[in-house]
Design a protein around this ligand. Structure first.
Ligand code: NAD
Length: 250
């Protein structure tokens, strides 16, 4: 794992929090931006120290994000990495999805990822760095109930490619991960036992993934071990995207 200061949005919970733990264990300096004050208080109780700071900021708010990043640079030095894990999930059929809900999901997941990425790139030095977006298998396949969520994640897949194409010459690599079903607070709130059984039937490894398994892939893409990996979206999905027909008992 390389050295330096990494920003993690949504780092107070789930995949973001597992990534923060993994980065700190590897000796990185981390600044977390998250909108949830309660989750921040819990995570900060465990992790705040010399190398980890938590700031309440909403990724939709350009001024709040800019101030939080300026403060992070002043306190912990130049930024060399960004993980965009802040996001919300909703499972609502197409016909029942209001334009208000559709806009809210796009605004947090897609526009928020754009706002933070642009603000971080503006603050990266000549040495550049690495950015990892969190997409989803629902941004690469038409999963029912994901019209807003899937559109936001499909947008992130394309944004990964455009950013990689534009920023490669500045020594900034941009990649994504596309998790399958991962046991996090977001999924615990969305998946009842029936939905869990359906997912498990469609995942060749027949189980949900852990936040730590996604964090490993994120940290690989952030690190110098991935120095020539750029514009790629890596599935961390137990084989979901690879599978065709599955046996009933799986
Ligand atoms: N859990 C899964 O199965 C799964 C699968 C595919 C993709 N993802 C994606 O992974 C990312 C992390 O999800 P998770 O499962 O860890 O969820 P989570 O709810 O545990 O964590 C998400 C964090 O983002 C923060 N957040 C939400 N809106 C925000 C905003 N406007 N500004 C700042 N912070 C905000 C929340 O406060 C929370 O701490 C999301 O982008 C999600 O879409 C998750």
């Amino acid at each position: 794992m390389s050295a330096g200061h990494v920003i993690v949005t949504g780092g107070a919970s789930g995949i973001g929090l597992a990534t923060v733990r993994r980065l700190l264990a590897a000796g990185r300096v981390v600044s977390v931006l998250d909108a949830n004050a309660e989750a921040i208080a819990t995570a900060a109780g465990e992790l705040t120290g010399e190398r980890c700071r938590f700031t309440r900021a909403d990724v939709r708010d350009e001024a709040e994000v800019g101030d939080a990043l300026d403060d992070a640079v002043a306190q912990q030095g130049a930024i060399v990495g960004l993980v965009n894990s802040a996001g919300i999930g909703r499972d609502v059929p197409f016909a029942e999805t209001s334009a208000t809900l559709f806009r809210e999901i796009i605004e947090i997941n897609l526009v928020g990822t754009f706002i933070v990425s642009q603000a971080v790139v503006a603050r990266m030095g000549e040495d550049g760095g690495a950015i990892v977006h969190i997409a989803s298998v629902s941004g690469l396949r038409g999963n029912v109930g994901r019209v807003g969520y899937g559109a936001s994640k499909g947008g992130i897949v394309n944004m990964t490619q455009v950013m990689a194409a534009e920023l490669g010459a500045r020594n900034i690599r941009v990649n994504g991960v596309a998790p399958g079903p991962i046991d996090t607070p977001l999924v615990k709130a969305m998946h009842d036992p029936e939905i869990r059984a359906i997912w498990q039937r469609h995942v060749p490894q027949a189980r949900y993934g852990t936040p730590e398994e996604v964090a490993e892939a994120i940290c690989f893409l952030l690190s110098d071990a991935a120095s020539y990996v750029n514009g790629h979206v890596l599935a961390v999905d137990g084989g979901f995207l690879a599978a065709g027909i599955m046996r009933q008992e799986n």
